[in-house]
Design a protein around this ligand. Structure first.
Ligand SMILES: Cc1ncc(COP(=O)(O)O)c(C=O)c1O
Length: 376
């Protein structure tokens, strides 16, 4: 039997319709810029997000990297949330490849950094000692805060701070569509204030590979050059873009609208887990209130919690029951719902977690004891 794989929404497999579209895709050489299916995908993404142009890239990390390379001169600095993917999870590509620095600011549990703190973090460009602030980034949905969606008003406030100082705003929207659906807003409400946005096709939208970066035409041209520099120029890549075009269709024919099901499943999972002894929260940006896991924190497709026992042993006991979750920063366990997870799978998962907790011994000695003292 296939495991119930909640490790990430990246484990999603292409739908039958995507596979058919991939097999039938009209292709060309995209480095010569003549792959019609890639063109169609880039135009569709740009249209949905209200931007002039788009660029198909191999991954979310590549989208963020080429965006930074296109926005920044070497030695400039980006203001970014401390636990954002760009800062913590992209092997310091901002430094190694883009030649830029980052100035990190701590997020709140709602995934935001105060716009005033962002304003205060700008460097003084008249001081020869200081780097020059060249970019502001935010992450939407914000992963480490348990996938909180950032609102249009917040995005606009951060953009205003950046633009007042002549600096662009980049949104790492790896899960932008989850934020769009969770907030019930138009995609352009979240992309409009930003200068560039990247989103992943290969996560909740269930495509096998790829992300799209959107922005102004001249910015996308620079990003295209940066993509070439990092070896990301692909050839008959319309085969992959074809899946993206299926995902970005309107309504039930596409993969955006259905993300609401993943959010409902995640909420149900959190509700089921919250009642179990041994599951809780230590109080951090994922779960700010120490004690019981609070299901109302689930706004998109992430569920994050702590266990009051050895985390690796708990995960192994869960795996033995056919349910996969992963360790996540801040001592958490993470479960992510997606296209491959049904409502029945959620009920099976809750039963499996109860059994795995019963099997693994509470870890009361460890300083990393995951469930805070306030847990009932
Ligand atoms: C917020 C965020 N940005 C970027 C990425 C990078 O995406 P990829 O794995 O496609 O490089 C991820 C991946 O999980 C992510 O969560």
């Amino acid at each position: 039997m296939e495991p119930i794989d909640l490790r990430s929404d990246t484990v999603t497999k292409p739908t039958d319709e995507m596979r058919r579209a991939m097999a039938a895709a009209e292709v060309g050489d995209d480095v010569f810029d003549d792959d019609p299916t890639v063109h169609a995908l880039q135009e569709r993404a740009a249209e949905l997000l209200g931007k002039e142009a788009g660029l198909f890239v191999a991954s979310g990390a590549m989208g963020n990297l080429v965006a930074q390379m296109a926005h920044l001169a070497r030695g400039q600095e980006t203001i970014a949330p401390a636990s954002s993917h760009i800062v913590s999870d992209e092997a310091a590509s901002y430094a190694v490849v883009a030649g830029a620095g980052v100035r990190v600011l701590q997020e709140h549990p709602d995934g935001t950094v105060d716009p005033e703190a962002i304003a205060a973090a700008f460097r003084d460009p008249s001081d020869v000692h200081e780097p020059i602030t060249g970019l502001v980034t935010i992450e939407n949905a914000h992963a480490h805060s348990m996938g909180q969606p950032l609102t249009p008003a917040y995005t606009a406030a951060v953009a205003a701070v950046a633009h007042d100082r002549g600096v662009p705003l980049h949104v790492d929207g790896a899960r932008l569509w989850n934020a769009v659906v969770a907030l019930g807003v138009r995609p352009t409400d979240l992309s409009g204030p930003a200068d560039s946005v990247t989103f992943c096709l290969s996560k909740g939208l269930a495509c096998p590979v790829g992300s799209v970066l959107v922005g102004k035409r001249d910015f996308i041209w620079r990003a295209r050059r940066a993509r070439k520099l990092v070896g990301g120029g692909m050839r008959q890549v319309g085969v992959l873009a074809a899946a993206g075009l299926v995902a970005l269709r309107d309504g039930p024919a596409g993969m955006i609208e259905r993300l609401g099901e993943d959010h409902a499943n995640a909420r149900r999972l959190a509700e089921g887990l919250a009642d179990l002894d041994g599951i809780g929260s230590a109080g951090d940006i994922a779960q700010p209130t120490p004690g019981r896991l609070d299901p109302s924190r689930v706004r998109t497709n992430f569920v994050m919690f702590k266990v009051d026992r050895d985390r690796a042993a708990f995960l192994a006991a869960l795996r033995a029951r056919g349910v996969l979750m992963v360790e996540y920063p801040h001592g958490q366990v993470r479960a992510v719902t997606h296209h491959g997870i049904s409502a029945d799978d959620i009920e099976t998962t809750i039963v499996a977690v109860r059994a795995a907790l019963a099997e693994s011994v509470p870890d009361t000695t460890s300083s990393a004891s995951p469930v805070a003292a306030g847990h009932p």
